[in-house]
Design a protein around this ligand. Structure first.
Ligand SMILES: [Zn+2]
Length: 252
């Protein structure tokens, strides 16, 4: 009986070594996430090796398997080589991969997340603002998978937020107006600059926000807010966030 084969485009999000030479690979495709086996891929003569690097964008062929589909061909279309050449970009790439793998559960959002992920990886390769690219991707990913924070209207009463809004409440689901401050006594006080960056990365394109000049302390606060937001919804820590912190503390 012949194998049933199919082709798809994908981005490699995760690779786990199994057995002597195999790997289990998590792939983001426009149709959803696929967890597939790459047999013998760690042998040097394998045709697949070199075409399944983490975060590379590939054209894939798979055979339908009983428990898991099996990768039969892979051609790297984009390798995002610059991510490997600088530690901070590499850490950012890992963060994007882990965030995507952690938050994307639903096939419905896959096509949108796939496009967002490609935009983010391309920008991470060339941009000088790794932070802004990460804020933008995190926010857009959350939006796509159904975890959009309230940044236009108060998360509690729904009144339109203005420049006096200065409280972020992950518990309530976004920013609070001054009247609703008591709804979360642990809400985080944020500057207008932080509030503006959060709104911009939710509303604007990456090419727009990447050009903005933002002080380092604003970036740091936005990063913490978004990371906690993600953890709240994924209910687990993003391990690569620590690596990113370590790298950034040495770089900046
Ligand atoms: Zn309110």
């Amino acid at each position: 009986m012949g194998e049933r084969l199919y082709r798809c485009d994908g981005i490699i999000l995760k690779r786990i070594d199994v057995g002597e030479a195999d790997r289990i690979v998590t792939i983001l495709t426009p149709q959803g996430k696929i967890i597939a086996t790459a047999r013998g891929v760690r042998k040097t003569q394998s045709k697949l090796s070199g075409h399944l690097e983490l975060l590379s964008h590939c054209q894939l062929q798979l055979a339908v398997g009983k428990t898991r589909d099996v990768l039969t061909q892979s051609i790297a279309v984009e390798r995002f080589a610059q991510l490997q050449q600088q530690l901070v970009r590499m850490a950012a790439g890992y963060y994007v991969a882990e965030l995507t793998d952690t938050l994307l559960a639903d096939e419905d959002a896959a096509a949108q997340v796939y496009e967002l992920c490609l935009v983010a990886l391309r920008t991470l390769c060339t941009s000088t603002s790794v932070e802004m690219a990460l804020h933008w991707y995190t926010m857009q990913l959350c939006d796509a998978v159904g975890y959009r924070p309230q940044l236009v209207d108060c998360a509690v009463c729904g009144s339109t937020l203005d420049q006096h809004a200065n409280l972020w409440s992950a518990v309530q689901g976004g920013m609070l107006c001054p009247n609703c401050a008591r709804s979360d006594i642990q809400a985080t006080r944020v500057s207008l600059a932080v509030f503006k960056v959060l709104r911009l990365v939710q509303r604007e394109s990456l090419s727009y926000v990447i050009a903005l000049e933002v002080p380092a302390e604003v970036h740091a606060t936005v990063f913490v807010i978004l990371r906690r937001w993600v953890m709240r919804h994924s209910e687990r820590a993003i391990r690569s966030a620590q690596f990113l912190d370590d790298v950034r503390s040495q770089t900046f």
